[in-house]
Design a protein around this ligand. Structure first.
Ligand SMILES: Cc1ncc(COP(=O)(O)O)c(C=O)c1O
Length: 435
């Protein structure tokens, strides 16, 4: 396999600006990869095939647009750009400065925020940068317990957050699955935290941001909202915005928001400089400019009426799927959903979360397990962002639930359910061609 990079055009063949613009040199990138490295090209194609022939219900995933993929695979990946637009540590940043300014301006307009930092490499990087901006090592922080849906960055002993800060946990009501605000208030008064984190990997309802703000104000704490999951619904007007309530909003750009894998921080003007310094140079180096440009593309898409319709359809689909899964015998946490997220207990079918996930995977239905408030057991976590991008609606959700029910009851063994899953997915291809 050739290991040297051969420029697409040989020396001595000058290329005009017009040619560059109409035939960008990376336009046939996949063909170049296929010729140069068939092993990796084969893996990429196989993964595209896997995504297209199963039902992708991982709640944190989506299908980005071809435009976002194009920005990700562009020569902006070649550019080093430590710092911020107009104040970089590297030369040649004039154009990526413009791209980052577009991303920042679009994020501010989309979410009505005074300040946006679009450089965090991931949701984790965004949350840790928020802590770096607001906290000192050893400070007390309140967050949702990990077994009720808190993220690793919300104080897991396996994560930097749990090692450097003193986390105390509030939880969900065991009977309703809803946040226990009374417990949070008592805990806040008792522990007088420097910050309260509101956010979850699996909460299917809207947090009461006003209640969080009130409790934070009562004890003089910062309110950090980790909106990694709902931020896309917020962009589409299908969920309330945390921006008016939080000191800092952290988010990911790759879930319902449908952008590239990455992070985002929103805050008021008062904290802007601290947040920017916490991202670079405190916790990150050079920004990934191809990803920043892809975020700009995604923010542009999210500002359209088509995305607003998409976000509302995501929620309508999740509600339809939750109701149909309940009819299949699953116990739906909180009795339903207001978001893209559903958490469900398969115990009424005699299955624990891990076994249920395995049976579904064998049928081509891909999702995760998660902790459930009730009984402290593990259940299933799924979301409708990806299926909705594929164009599925409520009628398909009823079919998806029926296929899941069949797989969970063990009817998947002969491969019939797998074949039906592939047939359904095949009617809604995520991309017109695989690459
Ligand atoms: C609530 C929450 N915070 C943070 C993250 C971390 O995002 P990333 O995987 O991009 O680091 C996630 C990811 O799923 C999340 O759900």
């Amino acid at each position: 396999m050739p290991v040297t990079h051969t420029p697409a055009r040989g020396a001595g063949a000058p290329v005009s600006g017009e040619q560059q613009r109409s035939h960008p040199p990376w336009g046939n990138g996949f063909e170049a990869l296929r010729r140069q490295d068939p092993e990796l090209a084969g893996l990429l194609l196989a993964e595209a095939e896997r995504q297209a022939t199963g039902l992708q219900l991982v709640a944190a995933e989506n299908f980005t647009s071809p435009a976002v993929l194009a920005a990700l695979g562009s020569p902006l990946t070649n550019k080093y750009a430590e710092g911020y637009p107009g104040a970089r540590h590297h030369g040649g940043c004039e154009l990526v400065d413009l791209a980052e300014r577009v991303a920042v301006d679009r994020a501010k307009a989309l979410f009505g925020a005074e300040h946006a930092n679009v450089q965090p490499h991931s949701g984790t990087a965004a949350v840790l940068a928020a802590y770096a901006a607001l906290l000192h090592p050893g400070d007390t922080v309140l967050a949702l317990s990990l077994r009720h849906g808190g993220h690793l960055t919300h104080g897991s002993p396996a994560n930097f957050s749990g090692r450097w800060f003193d986390f105390a946990n509030y939880g969900l009501h065991e009977d309703t699955g809803l946040i226990d605000y009374a417990q949070l208030r008592v805990l806040a008064r008792d522990r007088m935290p420097r910050a309260i984190v509101c956010g979850s990997i699996s909460y299917p309802r809207h947090p009461d941001y006003a209640a969080f703000r009130e409790i934070a104000d009562e004890v003089g704490a910062y309110l950090v909202v980790d909106a990694a999951h709902p931020i896309g619904l917020v962009a589409g007007g299908a969920a309330p915005s945390p921006v008016p309530y939080a000191d800092v909003v952290c988010a990911t750009t790759h879930k319902v928001l449908r952008g590239p894998r990455g992070g985002l921080i929103l805050c008021g003007a008062r904290l802007a400089e601290r947040i920017d310094r916490a991202v670079f140079p405190l916790t990150q180096g050079g920004a990934q400019m191809n990803t920043v440009a892809a975020k700009a593309v995604a923010f542009g898409e999210a500002a359209t009426p088509a995305f607003t319709a998409y976000a509302h359809q995501v929620v309508a689909n999740a509600r339809a799927l939750a109701a149909a899964l309940a009819a299949e015998g699953l116990l739906i946490a909180t009795g339903g959903t207001d978001t893209h997220l559903i958490t469900a207990d398969a115990a009424p079918l005699g299955l624990d979360g891990a076994t249920a996930r395995r049976r579904l995977a064998a049928a081509g239905v891909v999702l995760d397990t998660c902790g459930l408030a009730r009984g402290g057991v593990r259940g299933l976590r799924l979301g409708t962002a990806a299926l909705t991008t594929q164009g599925m609606g409520e009628a398909e959700m009823v079919r998806v639930a029926a296929l899941m029910g069949a797989a969970l009851r063990g009817e998947a063994r002969d491969g019939a359910v797998r074949a039906e899953v592939a047939a359904l997915a095949g009617r809604f291809p995520p991309y017109r061609s695989h690459m």
